[in-house]
Design a protein around this ligand. Structure first.
Ligand code: ADP
Length: 205
């Protein structure tokens, strides 16, 4: 069951201030007790809140499976994305390795002269680049990167669950978050397996 905005607000108030009477909740929301009655009834019936006479409403502390699932389902990429590490596509493999260590990331994104996404460089791409006799100080990452149109991307307004599915399906570690700015697909974030793990842990806590 989806809660409406007002029910979410009531839940928040009770979580913070419970046990709290219906009138006090109404006061905090600048509404009348009568207006709140149906919402309080729904919240109580669905098990989010419990009510005791003369004590008031309190939060049951039990997030139903449904609540948890709908929470997860509604997380947007923009809410959890992290900062992308970008390099120019003519950066050398050597510089890219250094960058990866300094920034402590597993994937770099290459951009072209217009700052548009041009490629993805993973750890294994760099390892491959160091083999086979390349001069890694001279060879640009554009030679080893996965390039457009083979890049799997996501958008800030995508659901996180979509991004997570892509990571699994494509067997990759990260997705660049792309937004069109000035007619150019710019990388504004990244979603990685760590992002998903962090969300998972936060929800559990
Ligand atoms: P690693 O290669 O270090 O295990 P990945 O599993 O992320 O890391 O990368 C595997 C391959 O998939 C690499 O060649 C990489 O360039 C490519 N890759 C990584 N992320 C993406 C993406 N978002 N879209 C397309 N290809 C990607």
């Amino acid at each position: 069951m989806e809660l409406n905005q007002r029910q979410e607000k009531i839940l928040k108030i009770v979580k913070q201030h419970g046990p709290i009477t219906g009138s006090k909740i109404a006061e905090q929301l600048s509404l009348t007790r009568a207006t709140l009655r149906p919402d309080l009834a729904i919240l109580t019936m669905s098990g989010y809140l419990d009510a005791r006479p003369r004590v008031g409403y309190f939060y049951t502390g039990k997030e139903s499976e449904e609540v948890m699932t709908s929470k997860i389902r509604n997380i947007l990429v923009s809410e959890v994305q992290s900062v992308p590490i970008l390099i120019k596509e003519d950066t050398s493999i050597y510089e890219a390795v250094v960058k990866m260590f300094l920034e402590d990331v597993g994937t770099l994104y290459a951009i072209d002269n217009n700052k548009a996404l041009a490629g993805v460089i993973s750890r294994k791409d760099l390892l491959r680049g160091t083999m086979g006799g390349n001069d890694i100080e001279k060879t640009p990452v554009s030679v080893i990167m996965t390039r457009k149109p083979n890049i799997t991307i996501c958008y800030p307004n995508d659901l996180l669950i979509y991004a997570a599915n892509q990571l699994i399906e494509k067997q990759i570690d990260s997705l660049p978050v792309v937004e069109e700015r000035d007619g150019i697909d710019q990388v504004i974030g990244r979603v990685t397996k760590t992002t998903i793990t962090r969300v998972f842990v936060n929800l559990m806590e």
